[in-house]
Structures are given as structure tokens and as C-alpha cells.
Write a protein that binds this ligand. Structure first.
Ligand code: UT7
Length: 350
């Protein structure tokens, strides 16, 4: 038994936010953003109307319909996000509720930009083992809810956008079709290079590269997770050591792609469509150059949506498929790198 992607869908909020709009909030320019990242605009979800799980549900409904099944046929949900509706419970159970299904298991995973690849790999194993027939994998992010819209946060804020993508991973008996291999990696040594530290039980105050671990006179329990001090010091935004992340990304992306090639007996020249996580257009171009993959075999849409973390691969994959750029029988490679650090790849015979 193999596992294939039987249906795929994506949802991006209506509101388009241009680089020009961000220049009114912080010291940045359209030229800087385009030159360093390739991003021209991104989408922001509607505050108080949309959430990570509602966007995930919109994408999921499309994927389910395209798979030719109904929500009741879904056996299990894997939900990848770093920007959940609630700290707990996870967004998977909320998505289940939006879809009007009950009782099936819902698993939230926290592997950031590599979330969709991890989710796909989990779904693949469950389907191949015969445990489930239809697993719904969703990646969704509401980044704009928690970004720093001042100049201090510009290196992170200009990059990220909101949106969701979903796939139904389904059992198939078609030989040689579907998910051929996945590889998953992580190195926690670099956890603090790209992080959203607070709220958390580490008890410190992370402010960019500098972390303060000043415990002062305090009770030996409580008052640690989300403190007034964190709010007063505005230690409530994501932190990224951009250059450091960039360097690792351009090394680890190709390693994961090559591992997927070696596991399946293909070479980068055999890949019909590479869909890299949309971290930065420059990263994608460097990977492409290194592996000698021509432009028409790499799909990028970061220009329109920014970096949507766990949603970026399913959004790009779905858009490429909708444009007819991915056809039956094509060899499709997905690859990602991000916070953790985590990285990985998947090779799919479509
Ligand atoms: O998806 C998960 C993984 N994330 C990534 O893969 C992101 C990887 N990193 C990157 O994409 C890039 O490092 C960035 C796009 C984040 C930054 O580009 P960079 O070319 O590495 O710039 P930098 O951080 O080295 O900053 C260069 C300069 C700095 O000014 P000084 O110190 O040279 O005066 C920054 O303060 O650019 C400044 N800068 C900005 N200027 C205008 C940083 N952000 C901005 C901005 N607008 N938005």
C-alpha cells in the first residue's frame, strides 16, 4: 500500500499588504525587501474574524472535495503551525470542529517551516501501515497577529505572511505512485537562532540576541510563563538571526533534496517540479543554482504571499498544480528548512 496526495487546497486571506504599506510603519523600503527576499506583497488575516484554524478549514474543504471524499471520510488530522489559535489545545481539534467531524485523532505538530514535510511523513507512515485510509495534513499560519510592526522588528516582520494549505493523504494501490520517500532532520543546538521565546517556562527574558536570565527575588513557583516584565520589556516578538539562518538553509536544503534523490534512485535532473519552502527567493535561487535545476522546474510564489511557514509548501504546491505545472506522473520534490533548526524533504510521484 502506498500513500498519495489525493486532493490539495489552499486559502489566503483577502487583504493584500504591499511593501509600500509597511514603509509607513517602519524604516524599510520596497527596494530593500525585494532585493533581499523577493517579496512584493503578502496577505494578512482579518483580525477577530479569521484564525489559524478557520484558514486551515478553508484550505481543508477544498482538499477534501478534490480528493472526492467528504469530511466524514477523514480518519486522522495532522495540523502544523507555529501560530495556533490557543496555546492549548492545539488547532487540530478546532479544525476538526470546523469540519463537523467527531472522534478522530488530531495531532498538532510544532516543526515550524518544516511542518508540512513532517506532517506528510507522519500521514505517509499511518497510511502505509494500513492504520488509516485518509489523513488530512494542514499547515496554517496567522503570523500578522504577533509581529513587531516597529523598525526594531523589521528583519522578521517584512518576511512573513498569513495563509493555509492542506492535503488529503490517501491509500493507493497504484504501483510506483505517491509519496516515495520522506526525510526529517533537526538540530536543537540552534533553537535560539529563530524563535518565539515567550510565553514559556524558561523564565528568562529574550530580547533579540541578548537574553536576560535575572531571577531576582521570587517565589519558587508560578509567575513565570507570561509575566508583566515580559510585556513591559516588549519581549513578546519573534527573534531571528537572519544571516545565520540563511547560511544553514542554503546548506541543508540541498542535503535533504539529495537524500531524497538517493533514497529513490533519482538525480536532481529527474525532478519535474521542485517546491521549496518559501523562506526567501534568494535561498530558493541558490539551491536551484547548486543543483542545476532550470527555472521552469522550480515553483516560487513568495513574491505574492511572503513566508507562510508551515503553510508555504502546500500553498505553493497547490498553486503550481492549479496552474497545470504539475501533472500526473510527474516527479515532485518538496524541501524545507526552518526554526529548530528543522529540515527535510519529500519525493512524490504525482
Ligand atoms: O523560513 C524560515 C527560515 N527563515 C529564513 O530562511 C530567513 C533567512 N534569512 C534571510 O532571509 C535574510 O537574512 C533576511 C532577509 C532576514 C535579511 O537579509 P540580509 O541580507 O541577511 O540582511 P542583514 O540581516 O544582514 O541586514 C543587513 C542590513 C542591516 O543594517 P546594517 O546593520 O547593515 O546597518 C539591517 O539592520 O539591513 C538592515 N535591515 C533592513 N533594512 C531595511 C534588516 N531588515 C531590514 C528591512 N528594511 N526590513
Amino acid at each position: 500500500m502506498n500513500a498519495k496526495i489525493a486532493g490539495i487546497g489552499f486559502y489566503v486571506p483577502e487583504r493584500v499588504v504591499t511593501n509600500e504599506e509597511l514603509t509607513k510603519l517602519m524604516d524599510t523600503t520596497n527596494e530593500w525587501i525585494i532585493e533581499r527576499t523577493g517579496i512584493e506583497e503578502r496577505r494578512y488575516a482579518k483580525k477577530h474574524k479569521e484564525t489559524t484554524s478557520t484558514m486551515g478549514a478553508e484550505a481543508a474543504k477544498i482538499a477534501i472535495e478534490r480528493a472526492g471524499i467528504t469530511a466524514k471520510d477523514i480518519d486522522f488530522i495532522v495540523f502544523a503551525t507555529l501560530s495556533p489559535d490557543y496555546y492549548f489545545p492545539g488547532s487540530g481539534v478546532l479544525l476538526q470542529r470546523h469540519l463537523g467531524i467527531k472522534d478522530i485523532g488530531c495531532l498538532d505538530i510544532r516543526t515550524q517551516c518544516t511542518g508540512f514535510i513532517y506532517g506528510l511523513s507522519i500521514a505517509d507512515q499511518y497510511v502505509k501501515s494500513g492504520m488509516y485510509k485518509n489523513v488530512l495534513v494542514v499547515g496554517s499560519e496567522f503570523h500578522s497577529a504577533g509581529l513587531d510592526f516597529t523598525t526594531r522588528g523589521r528583519n522578521v516582520t517584512v518576511i512573513f505572511g498569513d495563509g493555509a494549505g492542506a492535503a488529503v493523504v490517501q491509500a493507493t494501490e497504484e504501483e510506483g505512485k505517491g509519496i516515495l520517500t520522506t526525510n526529517l532532520h533537526a538540530d536543537g543546538e540552534y533553537a535560539e537562532q529563530l524563535m518565539y521565546a515567550n510565553p514559556g517556562c524558561h523564565g528568562g527574558v529574550f530580547l533579540g540576541d541578548k537574553s536576560e536570565l535575572d531571577y531576582k527575588d521570587e517565589a519558587d513557583y508560578g509567575d513565570m510563563f507570561l509575566t508583566q516584565e515580559l510585556i513591559d520589556k516588549e519581549a513578546i516578538y519573534p527573534h531571528m538571526n537572519g544571516r545565520y539562518v540563511f547560511k544553514f538553509a542554503v546548506q541543508k536544503f540541498p542535503e535533504a533534496i539529495m537524500e531524497a534523490c538517493e533514497a529513490t534512485g533519482y538525480t536532481p535532473a529527474d525532478i519535474d517540479m521542485l517546491v521549496p519552502h518559501q523562506a526567501n527567493l534568494r535561498i530558493a535561487q541558490m539551491i536551484q543554482l547548486g543543483l542545476k535545476i532550470p527555472n521552469e522546474r522550480v515553483y516560487n510564489n513568495i513574491q505574492k504571499y511572503g513566508n507562510t511557514t508551515a503553510a508555504s509548501i502546500p500553498i505553493a504546491l497547490c498553486e503550481a498544480w492549479e496552474k497545470g505545472l504539475i501533472k500526473d506522473g510527474d516527479l515532485v520534490c518538496l524541501a524545507a528548512f526552518g526554526s529548530g533548526f528543522t529540515w527535510g524533504a519529500a519525493m512524490i510521484r504525482w
